[in-house]
Design a protein around this ligand. Sequence first.
Ligand code: GLA
Length: 421
Amino acid sequence: MNTLLKYSLTCVVALVCGLQVKSQTPDGAAPVAIKKEKLTTGNLAPTPPMGWNTWNTFQANIDESILKGVVDAYVSSGMKDAGYQYFVLDDGWMTMERDTNGSLVADPKKFPNGMKAFADYVHSKGLKFGIYNCAGTKTCGGYPGSRGHEYQDARLYASWGVDFLKYDWCNTDSLNAREAYITMSSALKATKRPIVFSLCEWGGHQPWLWATGVGELYRTTGDITANFNKDKHMGTWTALSVMNILDKQVKIRKYNGPNHWNDADMLEVGNGMSYAEDRSHFSMWCMLAAPLAAGNDLRKMSEQTKSILTNKEVIAVDQDELGITAYRIPMADSVEVWIKPLKNDELAVCFLNKGGQSQKLNVKWAELDAAAKAEGLETKFASVTYTLRDVWAKKAAGTTKSVLKQAIASHDVVMLKLVKK
Ligand code: GLA
């Protein structure tokens, strides 16, 4: 083994194992002992985290009284019972300056009782509390970022009872992404409070290659917008459509898994798309085994929106303990089929019609084996019979012995759970 390779390996092992490493000083002075925090995060997110986030509905227009209403609705609407757990405050909760001690301050106009009191309210309803900041000098909204204050901010969050930190990537100049996220990760771990760390670096530095052990989830793309298939130009940047983000998940599917989730961004269900589009968006995020952060106004949720966000059979697909992202298999016309292996040799199968016209499904299951194999998935439809359950219609739908004939509307899905007969 050459010396350079051996040295690099030693460093990697030391970093991962949280060893004391002696740094060599270039001027020959005595080596300094540096305590490296452990890179392993434990088991804070064995399944994709589920919650709600302020940003998609409110942006920075938040205050305690509005948000207490959302907390109450979180519980009364059935979201909590359906498995959503985190209540996350996104950008806009702070004053524009730190105080004289360099501490972050919750905006007293928005949070007159302080952040600890609000966190206590969230906790009193049986929910977990999340907050937002940024690796740069300022957040994307221009509030004080954590750069140079990582340990101080982490201690403050822990004192408030924060359970989840979303950490953005604005105003970072030439910062090294991996190093910046490791610094905050170490700061959180040093508090000894279990805090889920949500990296929001938008995928530019391929966090799926290095974020395991740094945090539990990492954004894979730029921001989502509530449009099924058209990106929205915002001047200096572009917000991405639901289908655009979905397509970007295909190449990185193999990196997803327990405690290191590919984050496809927050949900836009209930924010203006059609029922079919909302249902497809939600189904596909569950097929991806993506984190589920609802982003609609829970106080004003329609029954239709609620029926999508709280469909427990669909959520169970997302939360399956294997944590495998579905394989995409192209079919004829505008239809794709996605297949997600689940525990107990079960499968979730979702047909997605991306096109503007309705289509007729005519699925001979055995023919899917070869198509799946070409995408790297071994299925056995030719030799094994499965029963089908339509998880949106909530009824049995025959078996894989018969041809599946069903209409699928434009921008809609047919989503099935398959159990061996
Ligand atoms: C970035 C993030 C968004 C949101 C905003 C807040 O754009 O990607 O999810 O947090 O910042 O300013």
